[in-house]
Design a protein around this ligand. Sequence first.
Ligand SMILES: Cc1cc2nc3c(=O)[nH]c(=O)nc-3n(C[C@H](O)[C@H](O)[C@H](O)COP(=O)(O)OP(=O)(O)OC[C@H]3O[C@@H](n4cnc5c(N)ncnc54)[C@H](O)[C@@H]3O)c2cc1C
Length: 462
Amino acid sequence: MTSLSSLVGAAAVLTGEAAGPYSIDWRGRYSGNALAVVLPSESKQVADVVRLCAAESISIVPQGGNTSLCGGSVPLPQGRQIVLNLSRMNRIRSVDAANYSMTVEAGCKLADVREAAENCNRLFPLGLTATQNICEIGGNLSTNAGGINVLRYGNARDLVLGLEVVLPDGRIWNGLRRLRKDNSGYDLKHLFIGAEGTLGIITAAVLKLFPRLQSSATGCVAIESAEVAVRLLAHMRANCGDRLSSFEIISRTCLDLVYRHIPDTTEPFAGKYGYYLLIQVSDVLPGGLDEVLRAALQSFGPGLMEHLVSTDAGIVEKWWKLRKNISEAQKREGISIKHDVSVPVNRIADFLARSDIALRNAFPGVRIVAFGHMGDGNIHYNVSLPNPDQNREFIAHHEAAVNKQVYQVIRELDGSISAEHGLGQLKRDMIRDFKDPLELELMRNIKQILDPLGLMNPGKVI
Ligand SMILES: Cc1cc2nc3c(=O)[nH]c(=O)nc-3n(C[C@H](O)[C@H](O)[C@H](O)COP(=O)(O)OP(=O)(O)OC[C@H]3O[C@@H](n4cnc5c(N)ncnc54)[C@H](O)[C@@H]3O)c2cc1C
């Protein structure tokens, strides 16, 4: 500890009780033990700490906002490890409005990055549903985060021009390029994006910016079956083109949970339906998008039970409040068996129908909470029993069997068992049954080359 203090200052090394909150994950499902939590304030300090850890064979768990949903950002219960939290590295190094780029440190909160872009009349489009004020760019890139604007702008991976990374031996790779074209060999930044801290520590990034939006309109749509949603998505893309930025699906059970646990939430419609959609269109030109959205919805034909379109910020916020609070409402209701899956977008209705039937047959009375980024083929599919007294026992006994049913459908539909949250500890073992052995071998080889001592975030991903 003395050596760590000499590198970053005594106040930036936490132990004992002070380290506690950094050692447990957002869901309270994973907790571990760290020798210390270290909070460096610049890249050189990160490099110094990494070199010291390599010399002492101490593992490193990189951490940003600690909002990971799969145990990636917390230490294991066993082993000698430190948590390396990047939150103090929160400087916006520069905003280059003319190049539509900005250079930020890994510990910048996503909300602050978005605000800095806005202040220069630009947009940084990564939009997470509920954690923007907590999660950090380093975490967003290390998980290749998705969110509600992927349909138009892509995942975090698509929003990066360059990276600065501290390698597991303590060398600093300065790849902070601001180029949109660079075919000068392997594009190494993509190794570190989505690596969940297993290959190195991202300390800074050059992010892509976009023109700031001037207008938007949102539709709230009620439908009975997900099959309508699949057809509507294709129709909206054809009719709204790139203006279509969000297409979210919410099952009725989600809304019931939100109304139960989140104050000031109201039904958008008088009737109750199987699914609801939130559809957002936006443009860099001002005005008129409500008409575009309304016309597109009206030309769809039968299948829409009810729909509303609004540009009023208050009304739109109320609709989004329903979507953004599903995870929080679920958390208050109790634990559930969570799945973060993706399938080709035109197979979403198949996925929901097949999984629902399989689970209801196997576990009568089961409650399925399904919602997600329909436009990206990404569904959060969570399973529990409605009675909290029975639920814990149900999960303890049947989690593996529930996973098996859901993942069997995912396999049949050529999908992925981890769409946006990553593997972390939660899916580290499961992925072995899903990935091609050759793909796993290549991943292990890359890990071995970059981190031969296996000190970077052990027990996660691979
Ligand atoms: C309520 C709720 C809603 C969410 N909604 C979304 C959503 O819409 N879309 C989405 O994609 N995710 C979502 N998430 C998941 C989570 O917010 C994202 O994965 C986010 O990108 C994690 O950022 P973080 O800073 O909290 O990272 P952390 O949780 O701290 O870390 C995540 C992983 O990245 C590694 N890591 C962190 N920083 C670095 C670094 N600088 N260098 C190397 N490795 C690092 C960690 O070791 C860990 O493996 C949600 C989570 C919650 C709790």
